[in-house]
Ligand binder design. Structure first.
Ligand SMILES: C[S@@+](CC[C@H](N)C(=O)[O-])C[C@H]1O[C@@H](n2cnc3c(N)ncnc32)[C@H](O)[C@@H]1O
Length: 498
């Protein structure tokens, strides 16, 4: 693809053509139908090709831009400025068996912007090993599962300046555009910078700046209210084989560096949110390792491990992306990758998120945990409450807790488990029906507190009443409850009302 700029006028015209033809998320969904859409999600093109035959506009656009199927040049010219698109490197005109055809050089997919308006994402076409192809070194990956994991994590609300590090096809920048006055999107790969620029232009986003360079280098001296990154976190011996997933830094250093340097680029109270991979190695506790990255910044933070893979699972996952299964090359690279993990004492690889907030307070709190169950999505709207809950809990001394007004958090229910008919339950559980959907086993006192506390009375006097009801000693109850209550506050079961 040529590295020339994509003319603004061409972007506006192409946007108009795509929208007129209903090449939008809902238009495409309706056109394909459920079965073909589900087949596409499984990488099976045939049902979609069958659903888009003929010379009608939407079908032609789908075949060209999404299904990688050449379309007759005559039909293409009737709906698209083919020569200008060829000049810009988005399509090529070739001789086919039945005459000239137009073939797309990029994947151009419809996207729904956060305000519901039509957007478009331009990336390199997905490479499907098995078709004899491997990705080019500077392959620009399209929006995928990890992209949406990150976008669901991003805290809500408007911000002044936002930064997307490693923008790729520009998908995060598109998310940020609806909430930030100014978006800066950077990438090491010049081809990514260009494709992200086309995605933004086709989506009608005008207030974004694109810059090429490594990590924070293109924005040195600038500050942002929100930094997001889905970085090239894959841990491999062949660093930089593929820019879209591997950096030239060893191990998990790229993620550590993004975190370590974040405060230099964040405004006060600004958030940095990244996806990351981290090492589980011999004699190294992952919680200390990753928690240490955040603690070192002086920011409050929340680290969540969502998955852990053993070295073989990890290698297979990433080899599948780039190498033909069962070939000698596959075996050689698999072996070399495992060798590398063995030499480094790597026993597993964690995948998760890191969110940090540039707190000015001295008592920043870092919460590190594993959450592998399904949680409410998107996380962004309630993420600040999670960090605040952990921070509040840590600040409260026992005395302060006893005089605090505490309320049960919305959505928490109680479950009692025991033999039917038995007077006392074997277990009492508090369960969050939404948000992080945690479950905590609690004692009788905490369960009773959950039943009565609505923020109107301080904890101490409530505990005195509970002690009397259960026939316990008030002093002992006052002494023992704060620790358990602190944990329940830090996990979001209770909130401090005042
Ligand atoms: C996994 S892709 C993420 C793309 C997109 N932001 C998303 O969420 O889907 C990682 C991106 O980081 C870029 N990248 C690789 N090394 C980088 C570096 N040192 N500094 C900045 N970006 C880098 C790659 O070119 C690639 O576009």
């Amino acid at each position: 693809m040529s590295e020339t700029n994509f003319p603004r006028g061409l972007a506006e015209r192409l946007r108009g053509i795509l929208i007129d033809a209903d090449y939008t998320v809902s238009g495409v969904r309706d056109r394909l139908g459920d079965a073909a859409a589900r087949a596409l999600a499984r990488e099976e093109l045939v049902p979609a090709l069958r659903a888009t035959g003929g010379e009608e506009r939407l079908g032609l656009l789908l075949r060209l831009w999404w299904l990688r199927s050449p379309i007759p040049a005559r039909a293409a010219r009737s709906i698209l400025p083919v020569d200008e698109l060829a000049e810009a490197g988005l399509v090529t005109v070739e001789e086919g068996a039945d005459g000239p055809v137009v073939r797309a050089l990029v994947h151009l997919g419809p996207w729904e912007l956060e305000d519901g308006g039509p957007g478009f994402v331009v990336s390199d076409p997905k490479v499907r090993p098995g078709g004899g192809e491997v990705p080019r070194h500077d392959h620009v990956v399209g929006a995928g599962g990890a992209s949406s994991t990150l976008s669901h994590l991003i805290v809500d609300g408007p911000v002044d300046r936002a930064l997307d590090v490693g923008t790729g096809c520009g998908v995060q920048a598109l998310h940020l555009a609806s909430r930030a006055r100014e978006v800066v999107a950077t990438d090491l790969n010049p081809r990514a910078v260009r494709l992200a620029g086309i995605s933004l232009a086709l989506s009608g986003v005008t207030g974004a700046r694109l810059a090429q360079g490594s990590l924070y280098e293109p924005v040195r001296g600038e500050r942002f209210d929100l930094i997001v990154s889905n970085p090239p976190f894959v841990i491999t011996p062949d660093s930089s084989r593929y820019t879209y997933r591997e950096s030239d830094l060893p191990g998990d250093t790229v993620c550590a560096e993004l975190v370590r340097q974040a405060p230099e680029y964040l405004t006060e109270g600004g958030w940095c949110q990244i996806l990351a991979n981290w090492l589980h190695s011999d004699g190294d506790d992952w919680e200390d390792r990753v928690g240490g990255w955040v603690t070192g910044t002086g920011c409050s933070g929340w680290v969540v491990q969502r998955d852990v893979q053993d070295p073989a699972e990890y290698v297979e996952l990433w080899l599948r992306d780039s190498c033909e299964h069962g070939t000698p090359e596959y075996t050689r690279r698999y072996d070399a990758w495992l060798d590398y993990f063995e030499r480094q004492g790597i026993k597993g690889i964690g995948f998760g998120w890191i969110s940090l907030r540039n707190d000015v307070a001295q008592d920043a709190t870092v919460r590190v945990e594993e959450l592998r169950h399904e949680i409410e999505q998107p996380v962004g709207p309630y993420l600040p409450d999670v960090v605040d809950g952990a921070m509040t809990a840590l600040r409260l001394t026992d005395a302060a807790l006893l005089s605090a007004h505490v309320a049960l958090a919305p959505g928490v229910v109680e479950e009692r488990v025991g033999r039917p008919g038995a007077p006392d339950p074997e277990r009492i559980l508090l369960r969050q029906r939404d948000g992080l959907r945690r479950v905590a086993r609690v004692g009788t006192v905490e369960a009773a507190l959950a039943g009565v506390c609505d923020g109107t009375m301080p904890v101490g006097p409530l505990l005195d009443v509970i002690a009397e009801l259960i026939g316990g000693d008030a002093e002992t109850v006052r002494e023992r409850t704060p620790e358990a209550l602190r944990t329940l506050i830090s996990e979001g079961f209770f909130r401090v009302a005042r």
